[in-house]
Every structure is written in structure tokens, then in C-alpha cells.
Design a protein around this ligand. Sequence first.
Ligand SMILES: Nc1ncnc2c1ncn2[C@@H]1O[C@H](COP(=O)(O)OP(=O)(O)OP(=O)(O)O)[C@@H](O)[C@H]1O
Ligand SMILES: NCC(=O)N[C@@H]1O[C@H](COP(=O)([O-])[O-])[C@@H](O)[C@H]1O
Ligand SMILES: [Mg+2]
Length: 407
Amino acid sequence: MTLPYRGMTRCGSTHPMFLAKLMLLGSGELGREFAIAAKRLGCMVVACDRYPGAPAMQVADASEVFSMLDGAALRAAVEKHRPDFLVPEIEAIDTAALAQLEGEGWHVVPSAKAAQLTMNRDGIRRFAAEELGLTTSRYRFAESEDEALAAVDHVGLPCVIKPVMSSSGKGQSTATTTNEVRSAFRNAIEKMRGDRPRVIVEEYIRFDSEITLLTVAAADGVHFCPPIGHRQEAGDYRESWQPAALSPGVLEAAQRQAATIVSALGGRGLFGVEFFVAGDRAIFSELSPRPHDTGMVTLISQSPNEFELHLRAILGLPVAPILAAGPSASAVILADRASTRFRFEGVTDALALSQEATPVDLRLFGKPETLPGRRMGVALARAASTEDAVALAKRAAAAVRIDYEEE
Ligand SMILES: Nc1ncnc2c1ncn2[C@@H]1O[C@H](COP(=O)(O)OP(=O)(O)OP(=O)(O)O)[C@@H](O)[C@H]1O
Ligand SMILES: NCC(=O)N[C@@H]1O[C@H](COP(=O)([O-])[O-])[C@@H](O)[C@H]1O
Ligand SMILES: [Mg+2]
């Protein structure tokens, strides 16, 4: 079989027994499911992350431990393994190094431009709102408390303040008074990633719901998964469900905007495009040029799931048809303290909730260390309605307990 990328990159070092060699930049729970999909399709996987034993490393052919923000280490790993594809799995990567590697002929998924623009909220927000004309909340950027206060004149109160470089809600808070704007700015700077003390000050959207629209840029065009609804707490997701109920007009508006931005970013792969739904408006929030955490529900709700879709799109393989299995949900299992000595209890109880028409499943990520609020696993469920599926997934997640030993 001849894949479209053969001969297009400078590598071509893959052993013929493998379909392709993929290097994962970031190796958490999302990377692990991607690596499993890649292994099933006969690919070779090199997993990279900042710590040994990261989830995707546990199923990969090889691994490398370094900070993805260290461009020299990233280049050394690429030159050592000569992958057909560099697959970013987290946001915080030395994207200048990625762009340089791409310029030299290495294949970055979906494109170095997508990784570069989405790593920083200012990049993707300005691209979406100012270059492409997508509907977004009002926003301003600020680099000091005073600039943050000035931004409030434009966006109003309450407002949401986030470091331009962060994910999973880290450093994010909502301010309702000018005093809170000052403390929200300080909080964002304290918890930001990278070395750019800069925040986005956003209009607070009173949304009816929020969705992730998984959008696949494949060889034969753009495909959409049924929309995923989700609930967030402290900027991080707690439950997600599919399909999210949307009016045809809102779904069409979301799909149109998602297709616009994905096509403008270029390259092939799956994108998680986030929208707030307010009345009849789909307001673009942000996007991941890779599988999305709320999309873990697709591990039970559809085939191919989001990880398989990403892989197939990258390899230039067919992605359709995308078959829905029925209303489904995911619910997260979080740690509540820092520990390296812990064990999971209640797995039997969680899986015993599974019945023929309402299956339940679990993913335990195998992270070697807990932290307060760190996601350690996820429960998955299918049922007659998304409401029932969410309730069942939450029961299963609650049945799993993390027991900590004294350290
Ligand atoms: N302008 C806003 N108005 C109202 N709620 C908001 C706003 N911005 C963010 N939120 C809430 O905070 C959540 C997290 O925000 P956002 O997606 O921007 O952060 P993140 O750190 O990139 O999270 P992740 O990496 O998990 O996607 C949103 O899903 C939403 O629930
Ligand atoms: N919203 C982004 C997201 O969910 N990313 C996922 O979390 C991992 C980091 O987890 P950790 O912080 O527990 O190491 C990442 O590697 C990715 O799989
Ligand atoms: Mg988000």
C-alpha cells in the first residue's frame, strides 16, 4: 500500500513492517488512546513527555523524556528517531522549533502554524476573530494589573481572565469587581506556563450550554462528529456527553465556523472546536488541533473514536462513515492531593454497573503521581438518553476511589 506522505517528508526511515512512525509530543491520557489506535493500525510510536512512565509511554515502542518547551531536546529526539509525523499532544511546545523542523521537511500534525497559533490564546483568538471574522466574546490582552483594568472598560464586568499560555483552566478566574480583576491578573501570572506574563481579559458569556465540535480535516474534505456537550468546573471538564441537543441553526453556524478555521489552519487531523451556545448564537471559544479531553466520550459513543479519526486523517486514510452507538457520556476521576503512593479501589463496583443496554467502561490512566485536581481516569457510559448516560457515568466515576498511603 502506498500512503500519500511517502516521499513527501525527509525521513522515510520507517521499517516496512510499520505503516508509519509517529512521534508524540506529550504523552498523557489522550496520547495513550492515540498510541493504542496507532499500534492497532500497525504504526510505530515514539512517546515523549517531561516525566518517565507517562501514560502513552506505557504502550509505545520507544520513549524520550524532555520538556516539550526545550527546542534543542526536541530536535535531538526528532533527528534520533526520524519520525514520519510529529504529533503534538499538549499545547506547551517550543513551536518555533516545530516551525523550523517543518521548514526542513519534517511533517508536523496538523501543521506548525496550527500548533503555533493555538499554543497562545492571543494567537488563536486574533486569528479567529480578526482574520476570519468568527463570532467570539469581546476581549483584550493585558501585561499588567493596570492594563487588565483598562481592558475591563472594553469587555465589561464580570470578565474572565486567563494566562495566554495555559490549559485545563490553570490560572483562570472570573472577576466581578475591579479588586478581583487585580487578584485575577496576579493569579493568572502566577499559574501561567512559559515566560510571557500576558493574559486575555474576556467578556463573561452567559451561555445556555457549551459544546466541542470534533472536526476532521481529512484527505476527502471536512467531516464532523455529532456535537459533544460538556460541563466545566474551575475551567476543567467534569462530564461530557454526545450528542448535545442543538437547534439546526446553531449546529449549522458552529459547523460553518469550524470548517472555516480548520481549513485556514491547514493540514490534516482532528480538531476539537469549542463553542458557547447562547440563544441562537454559536460563539467560538478556542480550539485544539488534536483530540480533545471532552472527546473521550467517543471511546464509547462512536466508531471510529476521536483518536482513530485523528490517526486516519493524518495518514490520509478514509475517516467516514462515523457511526454513532447511542447517547453516551464520560465523567472524570480526579485526585484530591499530591502522592506517589496510592491505589484505585472500587473498580469492581464501577464496572458492575454495566448492563446490556447501558454499558459502563473505565479508563485508568496509569499516571505515576497524583496532584490536587489531577485527572487520573474517566468513566464511560451509554444509556437511553444523554441525561441517563451522564448520571450513570458519574455513578461509575464516584465508585472508583483513590486510596492514599501515608508517605
Ligand atoms: N468568556 C467566558 N465566559 C464564560 N465562561 C467561560 C469563558 N471563558 C471560559 N469559560 C469557562 O471556562 C472553561 C475553560 O475555558 P477555556 O476552554 O478557555 O480554558 P482552557 O484552560 O483552554 O481549558 P481546556 O484546556 O480544558 O480547553 C470554558 O469551557 C467555560 O466553561
Ligand atoms: N485539556 C488538555 C488535556 O486534557 N490534556 C491531556 O492531559 C494530559 C496532561 O495531564 P497532566 O496535567 O495530568 O499531566 C496531556 O498530556 C493530555 O493527554
Ligand atoms: Mg477549553
